[in-house]
Design a protein around this ligand. Sequence first.
Ligand code: SAH
Length: 230
Amino acid sequence: MRIDIITVLPEMLNGFINQSILLRAQKNGFAEIYVHNLRDYTEDKHRRVDDYPYGGFAGMVMQCQPIDNCITRLKAERHYDEVIFTSPDGELFNQPMANNLSLCENLIILCGHYKGIDYRIREHLITKEISIGDYVLTGGEIAAAAIADAVVRLIPGVIGDDQSALSDSFQDNLLAAPIYTRPADYNGWKVPDILLSGNEAKIKDWELSQSMERTKRLRPDLLDNYHNDE
Ligand code: SAH
């Protein structure tokens, strides 16, 4: 999978994508992630990418030209499954969306800044708009990082133990069960006996009942979906 991220703050993303799982995924050939500095695509001699909004509104707006130029150049090289814009009014990002995006070959993620981007870009070039939550960030970089991370870790082979990504919270509309590591007794804080029993069937039952209990208590809304999917 290839992800092209377009931003006015490339350093923010270069740091993030060259750590941990995203770095390993790139080194092992599972993902290519490119960060494009939008200012490299402007025709303005001062490398400006924003201007005042029509209508006298507050804030600055990212102009069509640099964004169009960058996306058009990328699209001339290969087909993109989606051209994503990060936006607080987009579709709320969740695990099923991450699962679907992980099946794509090529993705563009455009990070907004300032007041946002000229609406004509959204009408003509963007195919999918994603929000990472009902709050407003200063720019789309954290959203792009969240999307890239959630999507790339799902590509088979990226995470060592293939089961690991599938057993995470949300994959079956249930929250994950509690987890523990050694020692079994830490200053009197004990690991549940069942996990030390070696009885795999009982441990699986325990895991499911813990998942159920925690989901019921912390995220009852997920259980509606759990039953619908049965
Ligand atoms: N004026 C816009 C907010 C601009 S915030 C509005 O009211 O909707 C600047 C940029 O940060 C946005 O263009 C978007 O790319 C990014 N951003 C802010 N909050 C976000 C969120 N919850 N999810 C995804 N991107 C977000």
